[in-house]
Design a protein around this ligand. Structure first.
Ligand code: ZN
Ligand code: MN
Length: 270
């Protein structure tokens, strides 16, 4: 391996402490390099996609985004908050393993604090699993409070889902016959297309589900009755997925995510 690898690496876990420290001290556009923490889940994704889909998607996108902004990617938090029936099929399904909200919040809080303590004060929480969202907000709030008490100022945390830059043209490209709803897109056309492009060996193309969208009452019931719904684990059909759609999606998202993230820290993005 060449001696210059360390200076161009985006993966934090591949760097030595000295490489990392040098990157922080050298800085990027007047501050430390942006560190992106991909946050996902271990959650069933239908009969055709791997359990790690929500962790792999933000990880693979983060590596491409980080390369554009001279940023770093921290090891992915591959477990998340519990799958919910209406957005992920539900945590009762085989293969789901999740954290209680409090546990999850504190894990993220602790990581934010340690990044900041070592000078990585530009932090991105880059989410691939909708159910994590408000816990990421809470973790950010608690971390900032804790850092303030320690006298560490200037930390800025940006939270986003990788899907936020899916605009109308991309939506039309993915769903030429119309989108049913983003909540029911679990393990459906968008994720399946992206995975067919990014990790084709992990997609069971022969098992791509094609069935009507799952139906739910307008309210939530606890405990959830798994027999009250019937679906494959995908909440709507994935039959419209293709690797070409995945490629077009990824190629559109990466530069626009990089621009948004750089902009959120007042940085220019090439
Ligand atoms: Zn997903
Ligand atoms: Mn999910």
């Amino acid at each position: 391996m060449s001696a210059t690898t360390s200076t161009t690496s985006t993966r934090m876990d591949h760097m030595t402490w000295e490489d990392l420290d040098a990157r922080v001290k050298t800085g990027v556009q007047g501050g430390p390099p942006i560190v992106i923490l991909p946050t996902g889940a271990l959650e069933q994704h239908g009969p055709h996609l791997p359990l790690g889909t929500d962790a792999m998607m933000p990880t693979m996108l983060a590596e491409r985004v980080a390369a554009k902004i001279d940023g770093l990617v921290a090891p992915t938090l591959s477990y998340g908050y519990k799958s919910q029936p209406k957005s992920g099929g539900g945590n009762h399904m085989p293969g789901c393993a999740a954290l209680d909200g409090n546990t999850y919040t504190l894990m993220v809080r602790d990581l934010i604090c340690d990044f900041a303590r070592h000078g990585l004060t530009r932090i991105v929480l880059f989410d691939g699993h909708m159910e994590n969202q408000m816990f990421l907000t809470e973790a950010s709030d608690l971390a900032l409070r804790m850092l303030k008490a320690e006298g560490i100022e200037g930390t800025r945390i940006v939270k986003l889902g990788y899907w936020i830059m899916i605009d109308e043209p991309l939506e039309e490209m993915l769903f030429p016959e119309g989108l049913i709803s983003w909540e029911l897109e679990h393990a459906a056309v968008m994720e399946t297309s992206a995975m067919m492009y990014l990790a084709p060996d992990l997609v069971r193309a022969d098992k791509i589900p094609d069935h009507p969208p799952a139906e739910f009452p307008p309210y939530d019931v606890y405990p959830f009755d798994p027999h009250s719904v019937c679906h494959s684990g995908a909440l709507s059909s994935a039959a419209g997925a293709s690797p070409e759609k995945g490629k077009a999606l990824v190629e559109a998202l990466v530069p626009s995510l990089a621009r948004q993230i750089a902009g959120a820290f007042g940085m220019e993005c090439a």
